[in-house]
Design a protein around this ligand. Structure first.
Ligand code: SF4
Length: 467
């Protein structure tokens, strides 16, 4: 989904910008970049990070940078930030999310006389589209608001200007933006970021989360709301289940504590007898710890991740690379697995192929006696339509099951979504057989919502219910 980080400071901010942006590395594996504003004006550096992590790609760049305000981005969609000279002056833009109506928007803007740089493959950089739309406003704030109005999908943006950083959360607050203040009383400074967990080690305290659609102007002296939040919020539920970092917090709700609660709910609804519970690293671990807390079955590490050097396996662009990363990064602990009945918690089942061919196979190969899989959310039935998604409808495990059971594609899987229906039970059993496990039980959507703790109407649940 991508992540952004911004800082305004009375001191030089290059080092904080570098580490703050790096703390978003779990949100993308393709592009990274920073833009800074200092005595020599605007400067930016952008690299492809698919073959090397952000820190190693930028370590030399940041030591050359100086300035009092800056923005950074990690993204799979777009190399950014970009710098523009406009009628509002020079500014830099970092924008993450998805422009679903990109083709229509670009055609309309080209007809208006816009020019866009063309990327390899004919694509156009999202930051360019965002900038062009902003420049159509009477002033920069109006421009940001009307940019978000024109975009279908979801865009969170940081605009680095001479007067400060404009931070704009997407219309429905689908993705988070948090604001922090420096603990250093000698040099005032504010930060804004997708991940509030980036603040702690940088010496900042979380002040608040921005509201849906809110626009603020950050300067070293103050944070001023220049457009108030909207009334409707639909924050992504998957942030707590999978995407977010365990130490992070959204809308005041901790990711790790939510995962523990998911595990506790899974355990509460379960009656399986097992010797140990384990999580698929990293995002399945919090859920598994919760399961252990709720069941009294000991948590043990059947699988560990080879941490020096492997990122997440959902972000690489091709299935082949995703599978390779997933295979290499997970190591089985034979002495824990051998001869045991294992409950294995994961955040979700997307296609099921990695879980089946890598995780489950490793457990069987190492002598597991029984394998009971417990995903911490219901079957995923729809791809994300608000951020770049590598999953398509047809490849989701639930959809494959339905296709096989029905002998054809079913456009509306409503009957299969009803957890009390015979069709739902047949779909789950098909996935269980396909995974080759002893039992399979998903967390219900009601329990997932309860574990997060926000009212259902404030959550985006599209992945599971398609609306
Ligand atoms: Fe999150 Fe799914 Fe909604 Fe996308 S569609 S914002 S991943 S809940």
């Amino acid at each position: 989904m991508g992540g952004i980080f911004g800082i305004v400071s009375q001191d030089d901010c290059a080092k904080t910008l570098f580490y703050g942006t790096d703390y978003h590395s779990h949100l993308g594996t393709e592009h990274g970049g920073m833009a800074i504003l200092g005595g020599k004006g605007f400067y930016k550096t952008v690299h492809n990070i698919s073959q090397a992590q952000f820190k190693s790609r930028f370590i030399e760049d940041y030591q050359e940078m100086e300035g009092h305000s800056g923005i950074g981005a990690i993204d799979d969609e777009t190399p950014q930030p970009l710098i523009f000279r406009s009628r509002f002056g020079v500014y830099a833009v970092a924008a993450v999310g998805l422009i679903r109506n990109k083709n229509q928007l670009v055609s309309a803007l080209l007809n208006e006389g816009a020019n866009f740089g063309e990327r390899a493959g004919g694509d156009i950089n999202n930051a360019e589209i965002v900038s062009y739309l902003i420049n159509r406003g009477n002033n920069i704030v109006e421009g940001i608001a009307s940019m978000r109005g024109a975009i279908e999908g979801s865009i969170c943006a940081l605009i680095l200007t001479e007067e400060g950083i404009y931070a704009a959360r997407d219309k429905f607050g689908r993705f988070p933006l948090a604001i922090g203040v420096s603990r250093n009383s000698e040099a005032k400074s504010y930060v804004v970021a997708t991940e509030a967990s980036s603040f702690e080690n940088l010496g900042y305290d979380l002040i608040r989360f921005m509201g849906p659609g809110e626009i603020v102007l950050l300067t070293p002296e103050s944070v001023k709301t220049v457009k108030p939040e909207g009334t409707e919020k639909k924050i992504c539920s998957f942030l707590w289940i999978y995407t977010g970092y365990p130490s992070s917090i959204y809308e005041g709700i901790s990711v790790e504590r939510t995962r523990e609660r998911c595990g506790i709910y899974l355990a509460k609804r379960d009656n399986v007898e097992a010797d140990l519970v384990s999580g698929v690293p990293d995002s399945g671990v919090g859920h598994a710890i919760g399961y252990a807390m709720g069941s009294g079955i000991p948590y043990r590490r059947a699988l560990v991740k080879y941490t020096p050097g492997y990122g997440r396996s959902y972000t690489p662009p091709t299935q082949e690379i995703r599978d390779l990363v997933a295979k290499m990064k997970l190591c089985a602990v034979h002495e824990v697995i051998n001869g045991n009945r294992i409950i294995i918690c994961d955040d979700s089942i997307v296609r099921g192929t990695q879980l089946k061919n890598l995780t489950i196979k490793k457990l069987w190969d190492n002598g597991a006696k029984e394998i009971h899989v417990r995903p911490a959310c219901p079957p995923l039935m729809f791809p994300c339509i608000y951020a770049a998604s590598t999953r398509t409808t047809g490849e989701l495990a639930g959809r494959k099951a339905i296709r096989d059971l029905e002998g054809k594609e079913i456009e509306n899987p409503a009957e299969y979504l009803d957890t009390n229906s015979a069709k739902h039970a047949r779909m789950i059993d098909w996935i269980r057989r396909d995974l080759n496990v002893t039992s399979l039980k998903y967390l219900s959507i009601e329990d997932m919502i309860a574990a997060i703790g926000l009212p259902a109407e404030q959550l985006c649940l599209h992945c599971w219910i398609g609306k």
